[in-house]
Design a protein around this ligand. Structure first.
Ligand SMILES: Nc1nc2c(ncn2[C@@H]2O[C@H](COP(=O)(O)O[C@H]3[C@@H](O)[C@H](n4cnc5c(=O)[nH]c(N)nc54)O[C@@H]3COP(=O)(O)O)[C@@H](O)[C@H]2O)c(=O)[nH]1
Length: 806
């Protein structure tokens, strides 16, 4: 028994579902059996009871009249025989005859505690009247009926129980065969499933045709197998992602740029090796900090805050911020960094992290600042140079326009400087210029500007003048400052100065006119006998008139065929190989003689004549170089200067295209030289024009590099092929260490940006050798040849194809 119980218990443990199903079947089937049996037994009971009733009715019909007759005749003996006859009938256990009025006969007995039913029969005699004689009560026992019912219940219950049990076992077996064993297999499969066993699919141990519609088990199996494949794919993808991430993290870790990663609240979460090397910051010391704590914009902390606030806004809006900023190293030392900040977006497109790439640009910045200083300041005196002075003049005029104030412009020239320079030597000349600058500067108020225009010429800007006479007071102060002698070469030398004054807006509202007027006034002061100042007066407009005359003649120059091109060779520094030439314009005027471009190009720019002059230059240069290709077989490049106004002309691109087409010249043989100043505005138009030219195959070169903006950063954004180092730097490469360092740095940096370098103004072999030693690609200058007319240039080619290879 205990064995059976254990088996049942085991079954319950191992197949709880089957066990539960068995329980449900048994309970439901038993309830149903009970209910059906109950109905059947009740029906049988009703039938048996009705049989007893029928029997009673039969007794009534059979015995009623005979009993009534026996009672009427008072035949007791017969009465008892009749009653005994009734009592002998099945189930009748007791008779009670009530004889009216007061006697009775009783036969049989009612056994205790057994169910009975009674039946009453009225006994009557009818002749003329109806006589009530008595009443017979028959009691029938139901005990037999109940016994039979019990037997029947027993039989039904027993057979039903057996039937239920066997059917349940059968159902259980079928369920086990069809379902449970497969579920167990699935469970075992799922239990044993791991990433190493995903290759084996789940297969049930049964024959199943794929044409059959899938049953529930098949659907679960298919779902598990699909899940297995999905997992396989996911794992494969995960592996690829992990490999990709390993590769990227290695790239970031070993990146030559410093890398910081911040979370979405701009807290640093990662820094690569380069960052630690560059800044000396330990990763642990910066984790969780905002990157703004590593930058230093100004001592005013709010500016730093404001910058980072703007950066965060721009990164969100534009998807990137890039710029240069002052960062701090661990010890507090500051350095310049080129920074690019981009968001790292999650799959919903939300910024979840930020990537900050940094590059130490301190060296470049130093050179840029040096170049900027050289471009804007006079190295000898430290005063602003012409370019900066003109900028400041424009600013002062703009300010005065707003303030409705006046600006004084002074042109100042030292008297007899050339003579002193020639007799006492350049060093003393330089000392004089430095001391003169100091004296001029000390005579001015804080917001005034004194600039050295070159040689012994100075320009003074006096902004916010209350009256023109104030400028005369300043001029008098300057003359006074020159009244004491200069100590030159241990000698006391008296040097005076002449000052010309023009006033904005009284004399002119235009800066270049003001300059001309101040210049004319200065000449007037010199005429007065030097050591004097002179205010501009309209009668000094002679120069302006001359300028007008020049303009009129220049307008006719093209049609009268007075323009011509000179060519200067450009050679490869390493081997002296001729690679091209620069076209330089000349104006051969019957009255003025051969006019150099410096004298008329600025005027042409101002008047707009440069557009037609430039077009002529382009066509002529393309025509000539094509001819050289055909005559010499040398594929030379022609470099053509382009002025800012010409460059911005709407027809410029068409003009270039036409010059190439008409002369059947490929774009690669034309090089356009553009000055840095042209790029200063950093406009989208400039960007587009340069890219269009680049797309045409035309070569682009930055001319006079070092004299303008001198920021190497812009070169990255434009499609330049080369840059030309200005001749002012080349001149002293072998005598001035600073120039040598600068030229070397320009070459290195240009090469790092993929640009070729041309050194211009090479006048001697030492300069050429310096450039060649520093890897400068090409050179141009008097050392090779001066600019010459086309026919002379052709002769030069045939004589000097490879003349300078030493
Ligand atoms: N828009 C245009 N501008 C032009 C054009 N032609 C010339 N120019 C510009 O005029 C500037 C002066 O030119 P130029 O007087 O011809 O002087 C050039 C050379 O003669 C001179 N040079 C060449 N080698 C040496 C040298 O060894 N020493 C020395 N002292 N000077 C030398 O340099 C001038 C060339 O300069 P660059 O153009 O920068 O190469 C001139 O700057 C032009 O910009 C024109 O057609 N259109």
């Amino acid at each position: 028994m205990s064995n059976l119980f254990r088996k049942v218990w085991n079954f319950r443990e191992t197949s709880p579902l089957s066990f539960r199903m068995l329980g449900y079947i048994l309970v439901c089937s038993s309830l149903f059996t009970l209910f059906a049996t109950g109905i059947q037994v009740y029906a049988d009971y009703r039938k048996d009871v009705s049989l007893v009733d029928q029997r009673m009715n039969l007794i009534e019909t059979s015995y009623q009249s005979s009993l009534a007759r026996s009672l009427w005749s008072l035949d007791q003996k017969l009465l008892r025989v009749q009653m005994q006859g009734i009592l002998n009938l099945p189930d009748i256990v007791h008779l009670h005859l009530q004889i009216y009025p007061d006697s009775e006969i009783e036969m049989g007995e009612i056994p205790p505690r057994i169910p009975t039913i009674k039946h009453k029969i009225k006994l009557q005699h009818s002749s003329d009247d109806l006589y009530e004689l008595g009443e017979l009560t028959i009691t029938a026992s139901l005990d037999d009926i109940y016994r039979q019912l019990r037997q029947r219940i027993f039989v039904i219950m027993t057979t039903q129980a057996f039937k239920t049990f066997f059917i349940s076992v059968l159902i259980l077996w079928i369920f086990q065969y069809l379902v449970t064993r497969h579920l167990s297999k699935m469970a075992n499969y799922a239990r044993g499933l791991n990433i190493h066993q995903l290759d084996t699919p789940l297969a049930l141990d049964r024959s199943y045709k794929s044409s059959q519609p899938p049953d529930e088990l098949q659907r679960v199996t298919d779902a598990i197998n699909e899940m297995r494949l999905t997992l396989l794919n996911d794992i494969e993808k995960q592996k690829q992602d992990a490999a990709e991430i390993r590769k990227l993290s290695l790239a970031i870790e070993q990146s030559p740029s410093s890398v910081l990663i911040c979370d979405k609240r701009w807290k640093i979460t990662y820094a690569n090796q380069k960052f630690s090397q560059l800044t000396g910051h330990n990763l642990n010391s910066i984790i969780g900090k905002h990157p703004k704590t590593l930058t230093h914009i100004s001592p005013d902390e709010s500016q730093n805050e404001q910058l980072w606030h703007n950066i965060e806004i721009q990164v969100e809006r534009a998807g990137m911020w890039q710029g240069e900023m002052h960062s701090t190293r661990h010890g507090g030392e500051k350095f310049w960094e080129q920074v690019v900040i981009t968001p790292i977006r999650d799959t919903d497109g939300e910024s979840s992290q930020y990537l900050i790439l940094g590059e130490d640009i301190s060296v470049r910045k130093r050179y840029e600042q040096q170049l900027l200083r050289q471009a804007n300041y006079d190295l000898l005196t430290g005063l602003p140079n012409r370019m900066l002075a003109l900028d400041r003049l424009k600013l002062a005029l703009a300010q005065s326009r707003r303030d409705k104030s006046q600006v004084g412009l002074m042109f100042l020239d030292l008297d007899n400087f050339k003579h002193i320079n020639d007799t006492l030597g350049h060093d003393n000349g330089d000392t004089l210029l430095i001391e003169a600058s100091r004296r001029i500067a000390s005579s001015l108020r804080g917001n005034s500007t004194v600039a050295r225009l070159g040689g012994d010429e100075f320009l003074i800007i006096l902004p916010s003048l209350e009256s023109p006479e104030d400028s005369e007071l300043v001029a008098a102060r300057i003359l006074q400052a020159f009244s004491s002698p200069f100590l030159l070469n241990n000698q006391e030398i008296f040097v005076s100065t002449s000052i010309g004054i023009a006033i904005y807006p009284t004399d002119s509202e235009n800066s270049s006119t003001l300059l001309q007027q101040a210049d004319a006034a200065m000449y007037q002061a010199k005429h007065k006998g030097k050591s004097a100042y002179h205010r501009f007066t309209p009668d000094l407009n002679q120069q302006s008139r001359e300028r007008l005359k020049l303009e009129t003649q220049l307008r006719k120059a093209i049609e009268q065929d007075e323009l011509l091109l000179y060519y200067q060779p450009i050679v490869e520094t390493a081997n002296g190989q001729l690679v091209g030439a620069e076209a330089l314009i000349r104006w051969d005027n019957p009255l003025l003689g051969l006019v150099a471009p410096d004298k008329f190009i600025p005027l042409a720019e101002e008047t707009g004549l440069i557009t037609s002059i430039g077009e002529w230059v382009l066509h002529t240069a393309c025509r000539d170089v094509k001819k050289w290709h055909e005559d010499t077989g040398l594929k030379l490049t022609i470099a053509v200067n382009v002025s800012p106004r010409q460059f911005r002309d709407v027809k410029f691109i068409d003009t270039v295209m036409k010059a190439l087409e008409v002369n059947d010249l490929a774009g690669e043989y034309l090089e356009l030289e553009i000055t840095e100043r042209l790029l200063l505005d950093d406009s989208i138009e400039t960007f587009e024009i340069l890219h269009k030219l680049d797309a045409m195959g035309v070569k682009l070169s930055v001319d006079d590099f070092g004299t303008g903006y001198s920021a190497l950063s812009y070169l990255k954004s434009y499609p330049f092929d080369s840059l030309k180092i200005d001749r002012s730097f080349v001149k002293d490469v072998n005598t001035e260490a600073e120039d040598a360092a600068l030229v070397t740095a320009i070459i290195t940096m240009a090469h790092s940006l993929g640009l070729k370098v041309i050194g211009e103004g090479v006048e001697d072999v030492a300069q050429m050798q310096f450039l060649r030693a520093k890897g400068c690609d090409y050179a141009q200058g008097y050392y090779y040849n001066r600019p010459v007319a086309e026919s002379d240039f052709c002769n030069w080619i045939s004589e000097n194809r490879r003349a300078y290879a030493t």
